[in-house]
Design a protein around this ligand. Structure first.
Ligand code: ADP
Ligand code: MG
Length: 693
């Protein structure tokens, strides 16, 4: 009998070929194999008679092959195989394009299951096109009537994977549940062994979801435990106490070029209070684009310096790091606070009104001296260059939710093992429902109100060349008012990809065409750091009228004089991303317009309408969640190292809440998790993986 931790080499009945393939896919143990959950299920227990098949719905039929042949085509290397299948109620056509092997795999008289969607084809009539099929053998019938459909990996076919799963499941010994029985029962969850059978060998279709949810429950619970353990650990490390200097705070507030909004004040005040404690702050500032998060960071950094410590500000791109260094020294310079910009290409010290370029060794030396504000990309904080007196680390524009989460788990340790305070700033509002369950112990400040005098950005969704005309006219008008404009294209170089526009091509086209006479400049990821600098500075200083760019301008860039944003191939972007891009404008009291140019007039455009209707990032985030459903809204998927393999945030709210409540309860009773060592070890592993990258 097999156990959960056995290597697959213990499995009898796997061919050497199957074993090799699995090994290539890094599937080497029973647990790794059984953790691959089906994407969906084909329900052979619900077979449609051919005469009743509804058009446009996914169905399964059981049928006999009546006719099968290759149709003549005019195009070379284009193969059409046409079959006719029948059951007792009628017959229907199946068409396979470019699958010549079908002629070898099937023959007249064969009994098969066919799963797919029936459509009305203009030429062939009602029928399936390239459906999934499976021989109706003893084995498929005996395997139960619900067949799991696995995500296909590498060269493993669906059939092989099902076979392997069956071999392993048939030989599997009862698995010990990693969670305590009482806990599982109080959460109304099935036993883990049962859940495994539910997902891989379901007897009724309802069980499949029950089983999947148990997998979700495991990961949510473990993640919550990992987060809380990280927090406990950080708390134990202790943090530098940042004494709040009220007089200085008042002076700083007065010295700002504008009055702080109530939300900004609240955020600063909350952080100041957190930092006075000897437990490290873990605070997330959620503020919509343009709500003014940078000044909150600047204020906190100033307080930390005042109290005698260093601070670090980290941004996702070099462009943004540079912008922040300049902004910070504008806010902080008057108080003689040194700002050190540190990126892979430049190291500049701003001190006492002077800018000095430093060598790498000099910069590191300066960091070692302490009482400095370091600004850089996320690579800034490495143990060997962490200022020994680091009091606060600020991480800006962490709009990938998963990443923000992992940061919360991360503990930056100073040489003396004190843990600095952490302030994370994100412009992607996390839907309330999700925030509640996910953020766990993270404290959150929300900056909702925008600085006074801001007018809402007018957004127009337009199609093709006629739409563009309107946008270009608006750009020309803005330039006459001495304002500036962004044009965002999805590509850098010309390409024939579905008519998508590229930065270089557009510049050429527009400088001879609709925007002739204007100063156009470009910005994209293939440019070197120095080139990017020049382009950015030119635009900032008003030497260019229009900046044609890729999405490198997506995060953070703050140029209040830009009032028009024109986004090409808007349908290619997610709602949250478009909202970010749009947030590059609307940063002053001027009227601003955003033009979303879509390639064609497809229904897919409807999802973009919400951007016309609202500028509220929270509403847009909820909408994005509804439309795209899965965790990709939150960047869980993209980040690649998501701790959530099974979770579907939109569907699994209940389970998420449950996992959170139970984790809380467990940790309160037993903070070290001494009574549940398996659980403790698993949570520890998650915490360390999150930390280790
Ligand atoms: P984000 O939250 O997107 O990072 P920024 O911090 O870049 O926004 O701020 C956007 C713009 O608003 C900046 O030009 C900043 O100087 C300005 N700003 C910030 N706070 C205020 C305020 N309270 N009143 C007026 N302008 C402000
Ligand atoms: Mg910002």
């Amino acid at each position: 009998m097999l156990t959960w931790t056995d290597p697959l080499s213990y499995v009898h009945g796997l061919t050497p070929q199957q074993r090799r393939v699995l090994k290539k896919l890094d599937v080497e143990t029973v647990s790794e194999l059984l953790s691959i959950l089906p994407r969906r299920y084909d329900d052979y227990s619900n077979i449609f008679p051919i005469v009743n098949i509804p058009i446009g719905e996914s169905v399964t039929i059981k049928c006999r092959i009546k006719d099968l042949k290759k149709l003549p085509t005019f195009r070379k290397r284009f193969v059409i195989i046409r079959g006719v299948v029948e059951d007792d109620t009628g017959s229907i056509v199946i068409t396979w394009f470019n699958q010549p092997w079908m002629l070898q795999q099937l023959k007249i008289g064969d009994e098969i299951f066919v799963s797919g969607t029936v459509r009305q084809h203009p030429k062939f009539g009602r029928g399936f096109t390239s459906p999934i099929w499976e021989p109706a053998t003893e084995e498929t019938l005996a395997a139960g009537n619900i067949a799991p459909v696995y995500p296909l990996m590498g060269q493993v076919t669906q059939k092989t994977l099902r076979k392997i799963m069956k071999i392993v499941l048939d030989d599997l010994d009862e698995i010990l549940d990693p969670l305590p029985k009482g806990l599982v029962r109080s959460a109304h969850q099935p036993d883990f062994f049962e859940a495994i059978k539910f997902v891989h060998k379901p007897e009724i279709i309802e069980h499949t979801e029950t089983g999947r949810q148990r997998f979700v429950f495991n990961e949510v619970l473990l993640y919550q435990l990992a987060m809380r353990m990280a927090k406990n650990l950080a708390d134990q490390g202790g943090a530098p106490k940042i004494k709040f200097d009220e007089n200085f705070a008042k002076k700083f507030t007065k010295g700002l070029p504008f009055e702080l909004t109530p939300d900004q004040k609240r955020a600063v005040w909350a952080a100041a209070q957190d930092m006075e404690k000897e437990k490290p702050m873990r605070r997330l500032v959620q503020g919509d684009v343009g709500s003014g998060k940078t000044v909150v960071a600047a204020f906190c950094v100033a307080l930390v310096h005042r109290a005698g410590f260093s601070a670090a500000l980290m941004a996702p791109t070099e462009i943004l790091a540079k912008q922040h260094a300049i902004t910070l020294q504008r806010f902080l310079g008057a108080y003689h606070i040194p700002v050190l910009l540190m990126t892979s290409s430049t190291r500049i010290l701003f001190e006492n009104g002077e800018e000095t370029k430093l060598k790498l060794s000099e910069a590191k030396q300066r960091l070692k001296q302490g009482r400095v504000v370091a600004v850089g990309t996320h690579a800034l904080i490495q143990p060997e260059q962490c200022p020994p007196d680091l009091g606060l680390a600020v991480v800006d524009e962490q709009h990938r939710f998963g990443v923000a989460q992992r940061e919360a788990l991360t503990v930056i340790q100073r040489p003396d093992s004190l843990v600095p305070h952490l302030l994370s700033m994100t412009a992607t509002p996390i839907p309330r429902s999700l925030a509640l369950t996910f953020l766990g112990d993270l404290d959150v400040s929300i900056i909702k109100t925008k600085p006074a005098g801001r007018k809402p950005i007018k957004t127009n969704l337009l199609v093709g060349d006629s739409g563009r005309k309107m946008a270009y006219q608006a750009i020309r008008n803005a330039i006459i008012r001495k304002e500036q404009a962004f044009i965002v294209c999805p590509l850098i170089d010309p390409s024939d990809k579905l008519g998508m526009r590229s930065v270089e091509e557009e510049k050429k086209r527009l400088s001879f065409g609709e925007l002739r006479g204007l100063k156009l400049s470009t910005l994209h990821g293939k440019m070197g750091a120095a080139e990017k600098d020049v382009a950015m500075n030119e635009f900032k200083d008003g030497k260019a009228d229009v900046l044609i760019a890729t999405t490198v301008v997506e995060v953070g860039v703050d140029i209040p004089n830009a009032t028009i944003m024109c986004i090409e191939s808007a349908e290619r972007f997610g709602l949250a991303q478009l909202h970010q891009l749009r947030g590059r404008i609307g940063r002053s009291d001027k009227d601003c317009s955003c033009f979303l140019i879509a390639t064609d007039d497809s229904v897919a455009l409807n999802r973009l309408r919400v951007l016309e209707q609202t500028n509220d990032g929270f509403i847009i985030a909820e909408e994005d969640l509804k439309i795209r459903g899965q965790g990709n809204v939150l960047g869980l998927q993209q980040s690649g190292k998501s701790p959530f393999k099974y979770l579907r945030p939109a569907d699994d709210l209940q389970i998420m809440k449950l996992g959170r409540d139970l984790a809380l309860e467990l940790m309160e009773k037993d903070p070290e998790l001494a009574s549940v060592p398996i659980l403790r070890d698993m949570a520890n592993e998650i915490r360390q993986t999150a930390h280790g990258e």
